[in-house]
Design a protein around this ligand. Structure first.
Ligand code: 4AD
Ligand code: MG
Length: 443
């Protein structure tokens, strides 16, 4: 029978004085030959179970006492209010059994302090044992926060009648430049893993007008940083009849919405990670300023940073720039030479493109990249040729512009980066179950 009672219900007071059955895993144990304390964990929390030899009999007592850390068990008992117990309640055990044993020759390899949620430690060891590390307090907390972030993104777009739309993951060409393309053998030809859903979403502008997705994107990022994965989750949107300012408004509303959803749904989790809730509330409530790329370059140069006009900002530069931001800031109007062909040149000054990046504070840097698209056939051919990109892979993209093209734009938000920033994580790999980088495809 499926499980219908959770540890969180016990601490809610739902079952005070009642006899119930709990299903979970052994988190910690201690005791003597007469009384045994088994702390049981499930996905909602922990509860102390008190097992007395006199109450349960010799056979049951010895059996439960032999359950090692992370063995799975079912435990029946009476729920008692006990201020001193973790969570405020404990179980006085009447029976129970081991379901999935752990063998004493091969004990659970992750230490108690890591299980309780301690950071750091033996990073490579924990990455090698990621499948087991998933059940630590820190990881389950991160994954609950992540789930709420995904939920908030779906709700934001669906409440506004956006259509969820899907693009292929095998593609013939780059969106974000050739250097980070993953090549895949494809029946005697070359295909690539997609870097972004965008070009295929643009093709559907005349069909559906308001689109979004949350899907994996792939980048062959050789450098391993705190914010790069080779496979990351990408929330993207595209709207017809909209320009750079409209798209930025959606980006700002979405990110503020995610922050306020986390405050509603995950305050306890954020606090358990040591996150300052006032900070998250500020990200939900305070407007995000917009500054032009040129201003940002001047600021950085004024700080003595070695950067020239025309360069895109890499992580090291963004980190310096955003260290003292109090809320996320939009950087707009990057130089045309710094951005891919699809960005629309500014009609007022075609040295620049109508684009934006949203940079998160506290040194986290870029979480959104977006802007207005080059939507006329003539301009897109110019931009593709100017970049020196072969036209073949983009024939469909050019063709869409031959039949009723309209102004449109959109953005891509790195979901893992947003989770990492809002949770205050040290590293992007903390917020995804099985992180992928240039050195790791296992487990
Ligand atoms: O700025 P990017 O490269 O923009 C695009 O892909 C556009 N085609 C999106 C669009 O307009 N529809 O990527 C968008 C966001 C970045 O701001 C970043 O948050 C995230 O995707 N991102 C990554 N996240 C984790 N690991 C990586 N290697 C990432 N590369 C980009
Ligand atoms: Mg970008």
């Amino acid at each position: 029978m499926a499980k219908d009672v959770w540890v969180s219900d016990v601490h809610d007071g739902t079952f005070d004085g009642q006899e119930i059955e709990l299903k979970g895993w052994v988190h910690r144990t201690r005791g003597s030959n007469k009384i045994w304390f088994l702390v049981l964990r499930d996905s909602t929390g922990i509860v102390q179970c008190v097992i007395k030899r006199n109450d349960v009999g010799d056979e049951c007592f010895e059996n439960l006492k032999s359950a090692l850390i992370e063995a799975s068990v079912t435990i029946t008992g009476k729920v008692n209010v006990d201020e001193r117990a973790p969570g405020g309640h404990e179980m006085v055990v009447t029976g129970g059994q081991i379901i999935g044993a752990v063998n004493a020759d091969n004990p659970f390899p992750i230490t108690e302090s890591a299980m309780e949620g301690a950071e750091g430690g033996e990073t490579e060891f924990l990455l090698d044992n990621r499948h087991l590390y998933l059940r630590t307090n820190r990881m389950t907390t991160m994954l609950k926060i992540r789930s709420s972030v995904f939920g908030a993104i779906h709700s934001y777009f669906r409440d506004l009648d956006f259509i969820e739309y899907h693009a292929p993951n095998f593609v013939a060409g780059a969106v974000e430049g050739g250097s980070t393309l993953f090549e895949v053998p494809y029946f005697g030809r070359k295909a690539y893993l997609t870097q972004s859903w965008q070009l295929y979403a643009e093709a559907a502008m005349p069909a559906l007008e308001r689109l979004y997705t949350i899907a994996p994107s792939f980048r062959a990022e050789k450098s391993r940083t705190r914010r790069h994965l080779t496979e990351f989750w990408h929330a993207e949107m595209e709207i017809a009849w909209g320009g750079n300012a409209d798209v930025m408004e959606h980006g700002e509303s979405l990110v503020r919405n995610i922050a306020s959803t986390l405050l509603d749904e995950r305050s306890d989790e954020l606090q358990s990670l040591g996150r300052d809730l006032d900070l998250v509330a500020r990200y939900a409530d305070t407007p995000y300023p917009r500054i032009r790329y040129d201003e940002a370059i001047e600021t950085l140069q004024g700080m003595g940073v070695d950067i020239e006009w025309g360069q895109d900002l890499d992580y090291s530069k963004e980190k310096i720039l955003t260290q003292d931001f109090d809320v996320p800031h939009f950087l707009t109007h990057y130089p045309r030479i710094a951005k891919p062909f699809y960005h629309r040149p500014d009609p007022d000054d075609p040295k620049y493109v109508l684009c934006h990046d949203l940079l998160a504070p506290e040194g986290y840097g870029e979480i959104i990249g977006g802007g207005e698209r080059t939507w006329s056939e003539k301009e897109i051919l110019e931009r593709i040729d100017e970049e020196g990109t072969p036209r073949d892979a983009y024939e469909f993209y050019i063709d869409v512009r031959r039949y009723g093209g309209v102004p449109h734009g959109g953005f891509g938000l790195g979901v893992d980066r947003v989770c990492s920033w809002l949770a205050g994580a040290d590293h992007i790999r903390e917020v995804i179950p099985f992180p992928r980088d240039s050195r790791r495809v296992t487990p």
